[in-house]
Design a protein around this ligand. Structure first.
Ligand SMILES: [Fe+2]
Length: 277
């Protein structure tokens, strides 16, 4: 088994960019401590490569050409695309893992029609997790995208199938691979409702996720998600893919809805890794 870690994490740009505006600094620092614990656990797993299953925000793909899934197979990736001062993360070049990414793409293609890209620009959806989890650039990074932005969105059942395919591909690797899903849960970014968090909806989703309740996870309709979790809620696809890759139960290590300046309920969780069938 070469998948050595699987978890999920939030990526709101405020987590880094608006850190100085937080009133509840105690809660913010609890979040940062949970993120540092996640970084340590990934390091302890011996992971050499980090697969980031993200929901990008029109950084690479737009409505002229919107893949349901895409893997970054380049030698390097650049980011952030946002103003570094606004995001609180300097522009950097991230080491890719082209050989492994290509092999993974070939394997995933056996069951899921995944696109691939030699060029990839990372927005906050990848840069915020990397800022906390790969601060020294030790791990090479494979960016992955699921279409959570441009309808028709990738069906949840296909996000699950993609997670299973990712797992198969990771396990064929001779390198140790960590996988992180990064997205919502409920949030309304770039709308007048930005800062709103539906904690009850978040917690219900996380319960389903932690107990690996596939049927309950895949039962959300996009209409329900939009009503209860906002357009940011569509990013649950990344968490669902991570759960499908891991197969084991989850451990919710941190969640808070008490940092509205970050405009998202902030989550840190990891999954046990069960053997695949
Ligand atoms: Fe996002």
């Amino acid at each position: 088994m070469t998948l050595v870690y699987a978890g999920v994490v939030s990526h709101g740009p405020g987590i880094t960019g608006r850190a100085h505006l937080v009133e509840n600094t105690q809660e913010r620092d609890r979040l940062y401590a949970a993120l540092d614990k996640q970084r340590q656990e990934i390091e302890d797993s011996g992971a050499e490569v980090l697969v980031v299953v993200a929901a990008e925000h029109f950084a690479n793909f737009f409505m002229d050409n919107m893949p349901a899934f895409c893997i970054g197979i380049g030698e390097k990736h650049e980011g952030p695309i946002e103003d570094p001062d606004w995001l609180g993360i300097p522009k950097t070049v991230i080491k890719g893992a082209p050989d492994l990414a290509l092999e993974m793409t070939k394997e995933i293609m056996q069951t899921v029609d995944v696109a691939f890209a030699e060029e990839w620009k990372c927005d906050h959806g990848i840069m915020v997790p990397l800022h906390f989890l790969n601060p020294d650039g030790r791990m090479r990074v494979i960016p992955v995208n699921i279409n959570c932005q441009g309808p028709p969105l990738t069906p949840l059942s296909r996000a699950w199938a993609f997670g299973e395919a990712l797992r198969r591909a990771c396990d064929l690797s001779e390198e140790k691979v960590a996988l992180i899903g990064t997205g919502g849960i409920s949030h309304w970014p770039a709308t007048p409702d930005s800062g709103k968090i539906n904690e009850a909806w978040d917690r219900e989703f996380l319960e389903r996720l932690m107990r690996q309740d596939r049927d309950a996870l895949l039962s959300y309709t996009d209409e329900e998600t939009y009503a209860d979790g906002g357009q940011g809620g569509f990013e649950i696809r990344t968490y669902i893919a991570a759960a499908a890759a891991a197969r084991g139960r989850g451990d919710l290590q941190f969640y808070t809805a008490q940092l509205p300046i970050f405009a998202v309920g902030c989550t840190v969780a990891r999954f046990a890794l069960e053997e695949t069938a």
